[in-house]
Design a protein around this ligand. Sequence first.
Ligand SMILES: *[C@@H]1O[C@H](CO)[C@@H](O)[C@H](O)[C@H]1NC(C)=O
Ligand SMILES: *[C@@H]1O[C@H](CO)[C@@H](O)[C@H](O)[C@H]1NC(C)=O
Ligand SMILES: *[C@@H]1O[C@H](CO)[C@@H](O)[C@H](O)[C@H]1NC(C)=O
Ligand SMILES: *[C@@H]1O[C@H](CO)[C@@H](O)[C@H](O)[C@H]1NC(C)=O
Ligand SMILES: *[C@@H]1O[C@H](CO)[C@@H](O)[C@H](O)[C@H]1NC(C)=O
Ligand SMILES: *[C@@H]1O[C@H](CO)[C@@H](O)[C@H](O)[C@H]1NC(C)=O
Length: 238
Amino acid sequence: MLGLNMGFRLVSVLFLSSIYFCSLVQSRCSRGCDLALASYYVLPGNELIPISQYMDTEISRILQYNPDTIPNQDSIASFIRINVPFSCDCINGEFLGHVFNYNIRSQDTYQLIADRRYANLTSAAWIQRFNTYDPNLIPDNSNATLNVTVNCSCGDSSISKDYGLFVTYPLRSGETLESVSSAANLSSDLIRSYNPDANFSDVNSLVYIPGRDENGNYPPLRTSSGDPSFCGLFLILS
Ligand SMILES: *[C@@H]1O[C@H](CO)[C@@H](O)[C@H](O)[C@H]1NC(C)=O
Ligand SMILES: *[C@@H]1O[C@H](CO)[C@@H](O)[C@H](O)[C@H]1NC(C)=O
Ligand SMILES: *[C@@H]1O[C@H](CO)[C@@H](O)[C@H](O)[C@H]1NC(C)=O
Ligand SMILES: *[C@@H]1O[C@H](CO)[C@@H](O)[C@H](O)[C@H]1NC(C)=O
Ligand SMILES: *[C@@H]1O[C@H](CO)[C@@H](O)[C@H](O)[C@H]1NC(C)=O
Ligand SMILES: *[C@@H]1O[C@H](CO)[C@@H](O)[C@H](O)[C@H]1NC(C)=O
């Protein structure tokens, strides 16, 4: 009798702790992925050299992901989007993003850095979260750096295993779920399923869109990258 009771208690404890563990895994991240893409909207005056500095990557790497949009690295067109590669990390176990080290320029504000330097890939509030400086007292000193955090996605095995590379895409005025989907040549249903809570009328909000690699292919999801699907098995076993 006692043995059965103890066994039952043990099973209950295992069951409850696995629910707890799995809910932690699902609401937070355990690891990131090597590659994500940032959709950087180029305005007149933007050049590849500063973009590569802000995004901490080589120009040659940017060119690899934009064979059709940047045919010549000496003059980049305006009013186009380019895809800039970056690594997508699990930040403090809480969310997927990348913290760029940005060298402060004179007259910088969080708003200007978000809007112009980082093309709305982040927001003033989201930059401020990761820096100690008061927004009105950013040092006017190019030796100082700021943490600029850009969010990203590594995919979701419960939606599709066919997509493992994602573009962080800031919506621009006039864009809709339909226009974004047709520009990506993907179905609206698929884009919606990766962005269940996104408001496509909300200018500058971020959405995640499956992206193509250097060869123009969609890399499949690597199931080992932070995939919480083992939780189902864990629950059944316990
Ligand atoms: C960022 O957003 C602001 C405000 O909506 C807009 O004026 C600006 O053109 C955007 N920047 C880019 C690079 O899209
Ligand atoms: C980045 O993701 C975090 C966590 O999901 C969210 O709170 C934050 O608002 C996002 N930042 C931007 C600029 O969308
Ligand atoms: C940037 O982040 C690092 C690590 O969290 C922190 O030590 C540093 O103080 C931050 N920089 C600023 C300017 O707040
Ligand atoms: C920046 O750092 C260099 C080398 O550490 C130093 O010589 C220079 O005075 C610094 N500039 C400012 C504006 O603090
Ligand atoms: C768009 O997708 C369809 C089907 O998924 C494919 O047949 C077609 O070649 C694609 N078009 C482009 C321009 O990629
Ligand atoms: C979506 O965003 C637009 C523009 O910011 C706003 O007017 C609208 O109320 C939002 N819709 C929902 C459902 O939150």
